[in-house]
Design a protein. Structure first.
Length: 79
């Protein structure tokens, strides 16, 4: 099964400004949630610029990888 059918990506910005204009002290939250159970399987707190790049990479992998491959790849990534 494709990862985008098994998981949902949620990005919560710590403010209104886009990442390029955000205060460097702001913290954005990224969650990957299991669709079937609603459980958070991956979670990161990142500075705004890093969160934007990571969310883009996550979206690409969600659409390309199988669910097991996606989880194996991203479970080792630390913030």
């Amino acid at each position: 099964m494709k990862a985008n059918r098994a998981y949902r990506l949620i990005v919560k910005r710590g403010g209104w400004m886009p990442a390029a204009l955000a205060d460097p002290g702001r913290v954005d939250h990224i969650e990957v949630v299991e669709i079937h159970g609603g459980e958070v399987v991956l979670f990161w707190d990142c500075p705004p610029h890093e969160a934007a790049k990571r969310a883009k990479a996550l979206r690409a992998d969600l659409s390309q990888l199988q669910d097991t491959e996606f989880l194996a790849r991203w479970s080792t990534v630390e913030s």
